[in-house]
Design a protein around this ligand. Structure first.
Ligand SMILES: *Cc1c(COP(=O)(O)O)cnc(C)c1O
Length: 390
């Protein structure tokens, strides 16, 4: 059995470490450092050493880069100190002043803010599009369109995009594609196999798995890798050594945590769909979710984050009464950790290209590793508060 035939779980236990370089210790050590010293002038001037200076990489950083590239089927990977930083790095790689950018209306809202605060200032034109646009995307292509951004499923609303179709149409015009693949991770969706040039992951979520780390990763296909690496090296916005160590540790258990998140989220979502207060579940594995058929075709699984649409008639005050008094579900942003979370949301607050008008109030749930019956009890008591408040 050769290394290449190992299944993903096996790979995740082995990637990015080499015990022979580590005095036999199992894990890659934390290298901290700025200066690298050279034995000879030749080696200093002609780039002959493995490492050159701290901003250009350390063995700890390189271990994580290589592991992520292997997992993602990418030519190369670089990391940023946050997921949003990775989104910014990807966009800076493919865009220049005067270019036109296509952004899905369902994009992670801080990404939209980066477009407004940074890209617009540098003369990039931005058009928001319906994430379910399909082949009509070509009508939005302009002569100066350089980048098509994708996020599948969409943040909070969970539309699944037809990534193979969109990347194929973009490629025909020489337009670069970037996907925010945070929800599925490379374990459930192979972005580069589906045609994406750059793939962004907020490692803050499932790679960390413990809500104690901020990290972003950008992986690139062979064609786009030199541009990504050059942009990254030009700025030297590096992740910290300890953060890379924690990310490598998270990588070892990522598969089992994701599979467990999937199982638990499906159990809770199925149960919720039968509760009288609930109108619909927004979860790509559910038939009513926009793009469900595409999810079935392209994805290997679903993770632990989904949304709920309540039936009409509940007031915002009733929802606050429900959420203010949850016993297990914490109220807060981010997700992918071991603990369950809930946030109320309303996409109508920021959408510009499409109408967001569900029949009732909406919440997003992240399902953690608590006992599922305990979670359902907490939710059922919350739903009782919601309906009692009327
Ligand atoms: C959380 C998130 C990010 C940003 O990650 P941070 O590390 O919090 O900056 C980007 N995209 C998506 C889809 C996310 O959920």
């Amino acid at each position: 059995m050769s290394k290449d035939t190992f299944k993903v779980e096996t790979k995740l236990t082995r990637l990015g470490r080499d015990v022979h370089d580590q005095y036999g210790f199992v894990n890659t050590p934390i290298y901290r450092g700025s200066t690298v010293v050279f034995d000879t002038v030749d080696s200093l001037q002609n780039n002959k050493a493995k490492f050159w200076y701290g901003t250009l990489g350390t063995p700890t950083i390189k271990s994580l880069e290589d592991a992520w590239s292997e997992l993602s089927g990418a030519e190369g990977t670089v990391m940023s100190p946050s997921g949003l930083g990775a989104v910014a790095l990807a966009l800076m790689t493919t865009l220049k002043s005067g270019d036109h950018l296509l952004m899905p209306d369902s994009v992670y809202n801080p990404t939209r803010n980066f477009c407004k605060v940074f890209l617009e200032k540098f003369g990039v034109e931005i058009t928001y599009y319906d994430p379910l646009v399909g082949e009509n995307i070509v009508e939005l292509f302009r002569t100066n369109t350089s980048t098509l951004f994708l996020e599948s499923p969409g943040s909070q609303s969970f539309e699944i995009q037809d990534v193979p179709l969109l990347t194929r149409l973009a490629k025909q015009r020489g337009i670069k594609t970037i996907i925010d693949n945070t929800w599925a991770t490379p374990i459930f969706f192979k972005a580069h196999e589906h045609g994406c040039d750059l793939s962004v992951e907020a490692g803050t979520k499932y790679l960390s798995g413990h809500s104690d780390l901020l990290m972003g990763l950008v992986s690139a296909n062979a064609e786009t890798w030199p541009a990504l690496r050059a942009m990254y090296d030009s700025m030297a916005m590096l992740p910290g050594a300890e953060d890379c160590f924690l990310a490598l540790r998270g990588l070892r258990t990522m598969h089992i945590r994701l599979k467990e998140a999937e199982r638990r989220a499906l159990e809770v979502a199925n149960w919720l769909s039968e509760q009288p207060e609930v109108s619909r579940i927004l979860h790509p594995a559910f038939e009513g979710c926009p793009g469900h058929e595409i999810w079935k075709r392209d994805f290997k699984g679903s993770s632990g984050l989904f949304s709920v649409v309540f039936k009409p008639g509940f007031s915002k005050e009733a929802l606050s009464y429900m959420l203010d008094n949850m016993k297990i579900f914490g109220m807060g942003y981010s997700w992918g950790g071991f603990e369950s979370l809930v946030v109320p949301f309303n996409c109508a607050d920021y959408r510009t290209a499409t109408k967001w008008n569900p029949e009732g109030l909406t919440i997003r749930l992240q399902i953690g590793l608590e006992n599922v019956e305990d979670l359902m009890t907490d939710l059922r008591q919350g739903l009782d508060r919601l309906s009692a408040f009327r």
